[in-house]
Write a protein that binds this ligand. Structure first.
Ligand code: NAD
Ligand code: UDX
Length: 473
């Protein structure tokens, strides 16, 4: 249709963990392109526009430096759609795709409400030829739905001449805490699509900083499915090593030694073999369950069962850690003060979505423990939100839960008078704590539970601290 498309104006719908950092990096490398990021969450947009860069809604190492260069130069954040969709040559859909909580597929299928709203808005407001790019992680064949909405939402023939659309799939593989590095040096850029001019236009943007050899092309469905598959494979490795951690604890093997030895096989590789309290984050569980749902829908029950077991082991690992804590504390945690070190799902992010700390904290509270929760980046409102959400699922009065925990930013104050401290996030600063001081602050006999391999067993033994490390007997 069109031979060479030069992109001058981009719009991204969704200013979240993906939309914000991704557009910032594109803007940085493409000063000739004007980018507007739209989000209907005004509070989030205000935070993106805040003069004080420490108030950006997302904490990512390196993000504020880029934002300070590109914001209001060629990157703009707004909650007002205005003419931005009309004026854009390319529109990224980067909105949330959580699990459905109601109706058909509840608990597994993706909720495409927000994606569909974007498609309808683009169909209504788009003008001329517009390339629509799926950035969100989506069930395979969603591009078909988007295209159908785009092509069938205006009934006048004149409008059809005035506007036309091409849909590409360009999934995002960044991991939080390392987002800027992942965006700057991606392992690959995946572009799925049919229209060559559109594919070339998107490729040209990435070529401003990504080598051509790293840009791969597939059909739309392979691209959509590759994203779900990549996340499923990564999560599967974590469940695999976590299952072995339990075996280590009863056989005298050490999971770190096993992980190291196994990872040296270059066919296996050493990454994503760290045992822990289970994977958290907004993606793994949701994307695997979505895969499970699609497989069951298509009658592939064995495939569905296989992938579902990755999620089941993950929940089991969290329950296992909770039970271990209770049994080591003499089977009784009623009114004992326990300190949770780390509430985010991993270090270097302020994101708590699906953090293993939520379930483990909730189970400890439910059994009567008094928690002190500390984290370098989380705020108490966020902790309350997460505990409230899980509590709603269990239907207990939230006021009762509120009485059972408090937040303390300072790590040393957080351990004062505690019976036990429990490491749930791998923040770097937890590797450099002053244990001489901590051991004098806690109530005796004191316990340390390390699920993230951030402590040194020998050091703690010298200080008479009782100790349990995940995957070590
Ligand atoms: P997020 O919840 O942080 O951000 C999504 C934003 O979209 C929200 O701020 C929401 O207000 C906004 N939004 C929703 N519908 C809108 C509409 N119609 N108009 C304007 N704004 C709208 O989500 P996220 O973590 O950025 O993830 C976005 C997508 O990217 C998801 O599909 C996710 O699976 C995928 N993904 C996420 C990550 C990650 O690390 N978080 C990595 C790769 C892919
Ligand atoms: C993941 C994918 O890595 C990324 O490619 C995709 O785009 C989005 O989903 P993210 O969830 O941000 O990224 O972080 P990731 O580093 O994958 O960690 C996910 C969870 O697994 C965290 O809770 C982390 O602590 C845990 N994890 C990771 C382990 O327990 N062990 C490991 O070896 C690695």
């Amino acid at each position: 249709m069109v031979n060479h498309i030069k992109i001058k104006n981009i719009c991204c719908i969704g200013a979240g963990y993906v939309g914000g950092p991704t557009m910032a990096v594109i803007a940085d490398h493409c000063p000739h392109i004007n980018i507007v990021v739209i989000d209907h969450n005004k509070k989030r947009i205000n935070a993106w526009n805040d003069e004080n860069l420490d108030k950006l809604p997302i904490f990512e190492p390196g993000l504020k430096e880029i934002i300070s260069r590109v914001r209001n130069r060629n990157l703009f954040f707004t909650s007002n759609t205005g003419d931005h969709i009309k004026n854009s040559d390319m529109i990224f859909i980067s909105v949330n795709t959580p699990i459905k909580t109601k109706g058909l597929g509840a608990g597994q299928a993706s909720n495409l409400y927000w994606v569909e709203s974007c498609a309808r808005e683009i169909a209504l407001k788009g003008k001329g030829f517009t390339i629509v790019v799926e950035k969100s992680t989506l069930p395979v064949r969603t591009a078909e739905t988007i295209k159908h909405i785009l092509d069938n939402s205006t009934n006048s023939n004149i409008n059809q001449v005035e506007k036309s659309f091409s849909v590409l799939s360009n999934p995002e593989f960044l991991s939080e805490g390392n987002a800027i590095n992942d965006l700057e040096n991606p392992d690959r850029i995946l572009i799925g699509g049919e229209d060559n001019s559109s594919i070339k236009a998107l490729e040209e943007i990435y070529l401003n900083w990504v080598p051509k050899s790293k840009i791969i092309h597939t059909n739309l469905w392979s691209s959509e499915l590759s994203k779900l598959t990549a996340n499923a494979f990564l999560a599967q490795r974590i469940s695999s090593i976590n299952s072995i951690s339990a075996l280590c604890e009863t056989t005298g093997a050490n999971v770190m030694e096993v992980s190291h030895a196994v990872g040296l096989d270059k066919r296996i590789g050493s990454e994503f073999l760290n045992p822990g309290p289970g994977f958290g984050g907004s993606c793994f569980k949701k994307d695997i369950l979505n895969l499970v749902y699609i497989c069951r829908f298509l009658g592939l029950d064995e495939v569905a069962d296989y992938w579902e077991s990755v999620v089941l082991i993950n929940s089991w690992q969290q329950k296992r850690i909770y039970s271990k804590i209770v049994s080591k504390l003499y089977g009784n945690i009623l009114n004992k003060q326990l300190t949770i070190l780390g509430f985010t799902f991993k270090s270097n992010t302020n994101d708590t979505r699906e953090s293993p700390a939520i379930q483990i904290s909730y189970d400890l509270i439910s059994e009567g423990a008094q928690l002190v929760i500390t984290d370098p980046k989380v705020n108490p409102q966020q902790v309350r939100f997460e505990l409230n959400r899980i509590n709603n699922i269990q239907e207990n009065p939230i006021e009762e839960i509120d009485k059972k925990w408090k937040f303390e930013r300072d790590t040393y104050k957080s351990v004062k008078d505690s019976d036990a401290i429990i490491f749930l996030t791998d923040w770097e600063e937890y590797r450099h704590l002053n244990w001489e001081e901590i051991s004098t602050l806690m109530r005796l006999p004191s316990w340390v539970f390390d699920t993230r391999n951030v402590t040194n067993k020998n050091k703690l033994a010298q200080l008479n601290l009782n100790y349990w490390k995940l995957g070590d007997c």
